[in-house]
Design a protein around this ligand. Structure first.
Ligand code: TRP
Length: 328
């Protein structure tokens, strides 16, 4: 039997190339070897009440990107977290076996509390418990995540272990699976590419928009003049060539080091690379966008399948916790 993969992503609307290289591409590849469940975590998104008026649009845009990138509702379960409300029940039950001290120590909690001091809500503390519920509700064994999620996954294992030791073997301890392209920096070369920093290129951008954005990217700071020799190993644009111009990446490195090409030339090559790599994606996305019911159908089918598994796990948990009569 295939192992089960589960991963969740917050609904952040149109996805950018950082999401693609860091997560989506990996999700697509895992479909070959695993039974995959991918979830848009809309309840988690409520821990910071920023964009609730745009939540539905965000989910839709993100799903268009997922489908166009090759997440296939025939092979994987794609669904929205709140459409399978059993996760909230399991969250409450798991909260009873989770010491508060574990949660208060989580680095992302401390960070969030610092970032939104006006809104340090109870849900924020429970964020990793809800994430654990996501994973163990489906008894998933493998969880593809970025490095920033490792503390959450460690906690998920601890909660699963603790539940198992109190109530008997129930959940597998989920293992993380890091992507091979873990950190994608933004155009400014300073932080991770992300919506918060306005340093990203959307997958759905037009070729012209993409080229324009790439031309703004920060390169090796030591190359101020066209004749300065470059250091590809410290250059974020070069880093992206690894993926988007893989056939020419060695040649580009040589040309950069010897100042055979300047940063402007190099960025033009990168824009071409991105645009040709994403051409098929963009065509598929436009086709899905023209038939928005594709998204609704994928999601309703996905939540139906997910709910079958969820109900089964929840019944088992309730019985083990003594909430219902034990069956013999
Ligand atoms: N916390 C994850 C993030 O911010 C999203 C997430 C929610 C998740 N539930 C999950 C990831 C379950 C993996 C498994 O990116």
């Amino acid at each position: 039997m295939k192992q089960r993969v589960f991963s969740g992503a917050r609904p952040t609307g149109r996805q950018h190339i950082g999401n693609y290289l860091g997560a989506i591409r990996n999700y697509v590849a895992l479909q070959e070897q695993y039974d995959c469940i991918y979830c848009v975590v809309d309840i988690h998104a409520l821990t910071s009440l920023e964009e609730t008026d745009r939540l539905q649009e965000s989910i839709h845009e993100m799903m268009l990107d997922w489908l166009a990138a090759g997440l296939d509702p025939q092979r994987s379960i794609l669904f929205v977290q709140s459409h399978v409300p059993e996760v909230m029940e399991l969250h409450t039950l798991l909260s009873m076996v989770t010491p508060l001290g574990w949660l208060l120590r989580v680095p992302t909690f401390k960070e969030k509390a610092r970032m939104q001091p006006h809104n340090v809500n109870y849900g924020l503390v429970g964020y990793p418990v809800l994430m654990t519920a996501d994973i163990v509700l489906y008894k998933a064994e493998v969880v593809p995540v970025g490095e920033d999620q490792l503390p959450h996954l460690e906690l998920a294992r601890e909660i699963a272990r603790r539940f198992n030791s109190i109530f008997g073997p129930t959940f597998p301890e989920p293992q993380s699976k890091l992507t091979s392209f873990p950190l994608v920096l933004g155009l400014n070369g300073a932080q991770k590419m992300g919506k918060t920093y306005d340093n990203y290129i959307e997958l759905a951008a037009t070729p012209e928009e993409t080229s324009k954005l790439v031309m703004t990217a920060v390169t090796d700071p030591a190359r101020r003049y066209r004749s300065d020799l470059g250091h590809p190993e410290v250059c974020n644009v070069f880093n992206l060539h690894h993926f988007f111009s893989s056939a020419r990446v060695d040649e580009i490195a040589v040309e950069c080091r010897s100042a055979g090409i300047g940063c402007v030339d190099c960025k033009k090559l990168l824009a071409q690379g991105i645009n040709s790599e994403l051409e098929g994606f963009r065509e598929r996305r436009a086709a899905f966008a023209a038939r928005p019911q594709c998204v609704a159908e994928a999601l309703s089918g996905g939540s139906r399948q997910a709910q079958v598994i969820a109900k089964e796990t929840l019944a088992e948990v309730k019985e083990k916790m003594g909430l219902v009569q034990r069956s013999v």
